[in-house]
Ligand binder design. Structure first.
Ligand code: MF3
Ligand code: CO
Length: 261
């Protein structure tokens, strides 16, 4: 069941997503060699609570933290830990969701830690490009498969792997709603997009093989070949002519300055 949102509801979702964007900016200020992912999680938890939000991942199907912090070969759902210390040359994907006044946000961003190898920086750039190219397709008159195929094509042409086991999703009163938004598919397939549909679009792209394994903690999803993976996500509302991006990387951009890609 896909719920179309009213304009008022979309604005409530935007407010939730702006708080999430500001949370990531607070986290970004502390991303450097030597910081632990547990420290980043604490920063996010306190910022969200201080601003009237509820960290929606915490307790979701038993998930134990505010953020997912996925380092290097971890694709998604890495659990923050005191033992996980970032080092120069790492990448870290930060993914979370907030419930604010009953409405969910969802967005993800992969950060370089210090200087990162050029081939890994290119993976980050291509994944982010794929996100925006997919979002351009999230307009009335297109089908969901147009979003999926566009993301897949952009990443596979660059020689990267497109993860199949995790997908984007509808979002609203619930963190995960219908429909599933795959990062692979065929143009012209899938449901017709309608104005008021709100989607979390989130390419998860690998430098090497696309296969992933879940570690013994039941959450951490890493590449089988342990090569790096990137993850960028926006929540968007389908509109006539142009998708409305509800989440924002602008606060991250302010913190990263000329390190923003
Ligand atoms: N953006 C992530 C997703 O859509 C949020 C995961 S929260 C968790 O899957 F609790 F499931 F980890
Ligand atoms: Co999501």
């Amino acid at each position: 069941m896909i719920y179309l949102k009213t304009d008022e509801e979309v604005e409530l979702m935007r407010a939730s997503n702006i708080l999430l964007g500001k949370t990531y900016a607070e986290v970004a200020k502390s991303i450097r060699p030597g910081v632990t992912t547990a420290e980043l999680d604490k920063i996010a938890y306190e910022f969200i609570c201080d601003h009237g939000g509820r960290p929606a991942c915490l307790g979701y199907e038993g998930y134990p933290a505010t953020l997912c912090t996925s380092v290097n070969g971890v694709v998604v759902h890495g659990i923050p830990s005191k033992e996980c210390v970032l080092k120069e040359g790492d990448i870290i994907s930060v993914d979370s969701s907030i419930e604010l006044n009953g409405w969910h946000s969802d967005s993800a961003y992969t950060f370089p830690v210090g200087e990162v190898a050029p081939e890994v920086m290119q993976l980050l750039r291509t994944t982010k490009e794929a996100l925006y190219l997919g979002i351009e397709q999230a307009v009335t008159g297109r089908r969901l498969g147009d979003v999926s195929a566009t993301i897949q094509q952009h990443c596979e042409r660059a020689g990267y792997g497109v993860v199949r086991e995790f997908v984007g999703h509808g979002i609203g009163r619930h963190m995960h709603e219908d429909p599933e938004v795959c990062n692979y598919g065929r143009r012209g397939n899938g449901i017709m997009l309608k104005s008021g549909m709100t989607l979390a679009i989130e390419p998860m792209i690998t430098l090497g093989r696309r296969q992933v394994v879940i570690e013994d903690d039941g959450w951490t999803a890493r590449t089988v070949d342990r090569k790096p993976a990137a993850h960028y996500e926006h929540s968007v509302c389908v509109r006539n002519g142009k998708a409305d991006i509800l989440s924002t990387f602008e606060f991250i951009r302010e913190v990263l300055g000329d390190r923003f890609i």
